[in-house]
Design a protein around this ligand. Structure first.
Ligand SMILES: *Cc1c(COP(=O)(O)O)cnc(C)c1O
Length: 392
């Protein structure tokens, strides 16, 4: 007989999922009701309103796609890219590569603009790509590259796309809730996010928002959207106007309770305060790591507060260290990916997990294991350095 599954109580400081608060887990456990129950429809309206707040947008087409961030990504591409469309895709980490895959599977042509992993998207290179491809219909890029810990300039990139008559698709999976995201002010046409990063909700839902120009593009399509499940015109029959909602698919009811709760928490804290908290804890972590003698992989100007790429010092066994953190401290941090595999760790301070306790816990645990591995670090200084930031 297989018995019940009881997961260990970990501290999640990797690239996501992040620690989920007891308050959100409590919401998840409330009674399941029908997905067309009038009480549930009220919850749907509130979630849309809360997402508009989180995205800072008045976009009517703002809703949670019933699947993880990758589905939000796919929803943006399948609805906006028609066969033959040219899409300029910026790649400076893992997720730009997935955008390319999406474009090609929609029958589009991906024009790649590549930057080194650990650097932001270069505006000059995007400008040059538009010079070479003035017929490009869309510009796609990642706001917060979780694989490297770098943020790019959404406002400038979207303005550039608009000047060139192209729509913008922006990945905000890791940015939403952790750093500023201002869809309307920045002129973003389509954006998707995820619930398990800085919103600190359980994984499995992807908030998306489409602006007026994007909606027009969708309505002007002559090719059917290749995905039935993610076709926004169909999804809107369920999530759209509150008068008559038709069955499209069964919404993940309890996950949506959890999302609602996490968004209520964000609203209570306020966006500016949430961003400031992420920044403060990030600065304390970096101060501690640097006092220990570790280096950061990304220039200070482009660092994400919610995802810290740390250079692994020489002679340290990356895998063994992460295993020891997990086994001895119940602490998860992320490995480097792609070009940075084996060279960096990725320490997440996302959402509810961005707190003083996690910073201190992680610094202590890292120091203990690095010392045991005989790494060339300076023990005993990290906490003092972090505390100095906390007391500011
Ligand atoms: C995590 C992540 C995704 C994918 O989200 P899933 O929920 O894992 O599907 C996409 N883009 C970025 C930048 C991410 O960090």
């Amino acid at each position: 007989m297989i018995s019940s599954f009881y997961p260990p109580q970990r501290t999640l400081m990797g690239p996501g999922p992040s620690d989920v608060s007891a308050r959100v887990l409590g919401a998840l456990a409330r009674p399941t009701i029908g997905h067309l129950d009038p009480m549930f429809l009220k919850l749907m309206d509130e979630i849309k309103e809360l997402l508009q707040f989180a995205f800072q947008t008045g976009n009517a087409l703002t809703l949670p796609v019933s699947a993880p961030g990758s589905a939000g990504m796919e929803a943006c591409f399948v609805n906006l890219v028609s066969p033959g469309d040219k899409v300029i895709v910026c790649q400076n980490g893992v997720f730009g590569g997935r955008m390319k895959e999406n474009v090609e599977r929609c029958g589009g042509i991906a024009v790649m603009v590549e930057d080194a992993w650990g650097e932001p998207v270069s505006l000059d290179k995007v400008e040059a790509a538009f010079d070479d491809h003035p017929d490009a219909a869309i510009l796609a890029f990642v706001h917060a590259e979780t694989s490297t810990g770098v943020h790019s300039d959404v406002k400038a990139l979207c303005a550039l796309a608009q000047r060139r008559g192209a729509l913008s698709i922006v990945d905000a999976v890791t940015s939403l809730g952790g750093i500023e995201v201002s869809v309307d002010e920045w002129g973003v046409d389509a954006m998707y996010s995820g619930t398990q990063k800085c919103l600190s909700c359980v994984p499995g839902i992807s908030p998306v928002t489409f602006g007026e120009r994007a909606v027009q593009r969708i309505q002007a399509r002559t090719h059917k959207v290749q995905s039935w499940f993610l076709d926004m015109q169909l999804v809107m029959g369920y999530w759209g106007g509150s008068s008559k909602r038709a069955y499209h698919h069964t919404a993940p009811i309890n996950n949506l309770y959890a999302l609602h709760e996490s968004l209520v928490m964000l609203q209570e804290e306020g966006l500016a305060a949430a961003h400031a908290r992420h920044r403060h804890n990030h600065l304390a972590l970096v101060a501690g790591l640097e006092a220990m003698g570790l280096g950061m992989a990304v220039d200070a100007e482009f660092r994400l507060p919610q995802l810290n790429s740390v250079l692994i010092p020489d002679g340290v066994d990356d895998g063994a260290l992460r295993t020891a953190l997990l086994n001895e401290f119940d602490l998860e941090i992320g490995a480097g990916l792609g070009a940075l595999a084996g060279k960096t760790w990725r320490i997440g301070l996302m959402g509810f997990g961005s707190n003083e306790r996690n910073v201190v816990y992680c610094l202590n645990a890292l120091e203990a294991i690095l010392q045991r591995q005989g790494a060339a670090i300076t023990p005993g200084k990290a906490l003092t350095a972090a505390r100095a930031v906390f007391s500011q």
